[in-house]
Every structure is written in structure tokens, then in C-alpha cells.
Design a protein around this ligand. Structure first.
Ligand code: PEP
Ligand code: MN
Length: 342
């Protein structure tokens, strides 16, 4: 259950609501909101108490209305906010009518490589440049990313081509440095339930894209997003990037496109689809990018590399510049067909 206060509610009125709930032996949770202060009750409410408590709270001065929230997460739920969240980063909207394309190499490898990539991304009409500086690699012997130098190169390339930037942050202590260099923090699939990282990213208040863990249920995914929102980030994007497949013979993961409409139903947060990690195979990326957009994604994140065969990570799933440019042209038609733009 959640109590939404009037926009003009006084501190005393808020206090009275807290006391009314706590008098029933239940915990309260103050939730920051855009227009209203909200007071959540995270614990289960016995059915016998629910009705009278709802009535009591609804009549207290300063209370706008009481909402029953059936989900374990609150701030991320559509019940908490019925309208879609539209994130505005330096004039680029994510979650509105226009779909956004984020693209670039898996890893920042050199100045030349990230600048070449940025030009391709910008010329195709994408708005956000991706590129990992800290890479979560399965093998400790694989390329681990350029670290701070990679962040600097990504920022320079983004600035030079007028693109927003997104890059992964892997450790809580790196959040300030990454946030100082990139417009959007990426929390990777392997770190979806790294609570120390979620708390640090949330406290930074920086826009954050959270990737779904390969084995995470949608409730687990949204509870992880709830950490970010609860600790102070309003601008959270959810990214579906494929779940553990039944069969790895032909694809790396299984892109769960059911998640797109399902997440839109249960949450107000923008949903991004990653067809690159979702398939692991460059030649399947365009089809699944189109499918993601058709399913209702608010954006796509796509790996593109000037020379995929030389890539230090994820070359097999990276599009060439020509393939990427062609894909974006196809995506424009899909967007138009479903009443959106790109
Ligand atoms: C990436 O974006 O390069 C990446 C490592 O993604 P994920 O966390 O989805 O595996
Ligand atoms: Mn990658």
C-alpha cells in the first residue's frame, strides 16, 4: 500500500500519516516523488486491517489518495507512477515518442577506434555513443579495458561528435570517476545484483541503464532498479540483453522480447533492448534490433566496430559500419510503422 500526499501537504500532516501506520505495528517508507511525497508500507498488511487502514488514511488531512501496490517494488512500479518516465539528458529524450539508438564498440580500444566509431554512430543518426572502459570478462586473461584512459577517450569522442555517452561501471568506488566522464552509467548483467554498486550508482543521482542478469526474473530485475531509485537516481533505464539460452549452438543468449511489453505493463521506466549481447552473432543483430523496436522498446544498444575482426572484445557480434548504417535505416521504417520516430 502507498499513501500519496497532496502536493501542498505539511510536515505535520506527513507525520500524522506515519504515526497512523506505525500505530498498527507496521513499517513505513518515505518515497521521494516528482509531485507528491509518498509513504509506502513495505510489509505485508493483514487483510483484516487493510480496509480500515485504507479508510482511516484516506480521510487524514493532506492525503491525496491511497494506492494498493501489489508488487514487491514500489518506485519502479506502474502503480506508483502511471505515466511513462521520459528521461531528458542534455535535450535527448529517452522513453518518449522518439526511440533512441545507442551504439559503439564493446570496448574503447584506442583513440582512432573510438573516434572512427563515433563518426559512424553520429552519421547514422544515433544519439548515444557506447564503449566499455572497464570490461567484465569471463577470463582474467582477456582484454580488461583501458580504464581511466578509456573513459577520457570516450568523453573526447562523444564531445567531438555531439553524442551522449554510456559506459559500464563495475565497482562502487569508480562511480564518481565514471559519472564525471559519461552521461549514462551502465550496470552490467553480471552486476545486476551487486547491491553495493547499485547503492553507489543510486546515490550519484546520475542517469543509469541497468542490464538484466541472464538468470534474473523480471521481479528481481525491478527490485534491482528499485535500489537505484530508492537511493536517489530518478533516471533509470531497463535493458533486456538476453537470458541463459536452452541451446548455445547458434546464439549466445536468448533475447527475451516478452520482457519488453511485460516491463512496460508493470513499470513506468524506459526499456532498452540489446540485440548484440542478446544474440552474440552479428548477422542476427539487425533482425532482433527490428524485432525489439517492434515489440515496443524505447531504444536499442548495438555494438558496432570499424573492423569487427580486429575487435578486442565481442567482435563476433559487432556490426560493421555499413551493416550498422543499413540497420538504422531499417529501424526508422519500423519506428514509423508503429507511430514512433527515430
Ligand atoms: C557490454 O555491454 O559490453 C556488456 C558486457 O554487456 P552485458 O553486461 O549485458 O554482458
Ligand atoms: Mn560487449
Amino acid at each position: 500500500m502507498m499513501v500519496l500526499m497532496d502536493a501542498a501537504a505539511t510536515a505535520n500532516q506527513v507525520q500524522d500519516v506515519l504515526q497512523c501506520i506505525e500505530a498498527q505495528g507496521m513499517q513505513t517508507l518515505r518515497l521521494p516523488g516528482d509531485e507528491h511525497i509518498a509513504i509506502g508500507i513495505p510489509s505485508a498488511i493483514p487483510p483484516a486491517v487493510r480496509e480500515t487502514l485504507t479508510q482511516q488514511l484516506s480521510t487524514l488531512p493532506g492525503v491525496d489518495h491511497v494506492v494498493q501496490i501489489s508488487r514487491p517494488y514500489k518506485l519502479a512500479s506502474r502503480e506508483f507512477r502511471s505515466v511513462d518516465t521520459v528521461i531528458n539528458i542534455k535535450g535527448v529524450e529517452i522513453g518518449g515518442k522518439t526511440c533512441v539508438v545507442m551504439a559503439g564498440p564493446c570496448s574503447v580500444e584506442s583513440r582512432e577506434q573510438i573516434f572512427e566509431s563515433a563518426k559512424v554512430v553520429r552519421d547514422a543518426g544515433a544519439k548515444v555513443l557506447r564503449g566499455g572502459a572497464y570490461k567484465p570478462r569471463t577470463s582474467p586473461y582477456a582484454f580488461q579495458g583501458l580504464g581511466p584512459e578509456g573513459l577520457e577517450l570516450l568523453k573526447e569522442a562523444g564531445d567531438a561528435f555531439g553524442l551522449l555517452t554510456i559506459t559500464e561501471v563495475m565497482a562502487p568506488e569508480d562511480v564518481p570517476l565514471v559519472a564525471a566522464h559519461a552521461d549514462i552509467l551502465q550496470i552490467g548483467a553480471r552486476n545486476m545484483q551487486n547491491y553495493a554498486l547499485l547503492i553507489a550508482a543510486g546515490k550519484s543521482g546520475h542517469p543509469t541503464m541497468l542490464k538484466r542478469g541472464p538468470s534474473a526474473s523480471l521481479d528481481e530485475f525491478l527490485l534491482a532498479a528499485e535500489y537505484l531509485l530508492h537511493h536517489g537516481t530518478q533516471d533509470v533505464m531497463l535493458c533486456e540483453r538476453g537470458v541463459h539460452p536452452l541451446d548455445r549452438t547458434y546464439t549466445r543468449n536468448t533475447l527475451d522480447l516478452n520482457a519488453v511489453p511485460a516491463l512496460h505493463q508493470i513499470s513506468h521506466l524506459p526499456v532498452i533492448v540489446d540485440p548484440s549481447h542478446g544474440t552474440g552473432v552479428a548477422k542476427f543483430v539487425p533482425a532482433m534490433a527490428r524485432a525489439g523496436l517492434a515489440a515496443g522498446a524505447d531504444g536499442l544498444i548495438i555494438e558496432v566496430h570499424p573492423r569487427p575482426r580486429e575487435a578486442l572484445s565481442d567482435g563476433a557480434q559487432s556490426l560493421t559500419p555499413d551493416q550498422f548504417t543499413q540497420t538504422v535505416a531499417e529501424l526508422r521504417k519500423i519506428a514509423e510503422a508503429i507511430g514512433r520516430s527515430l
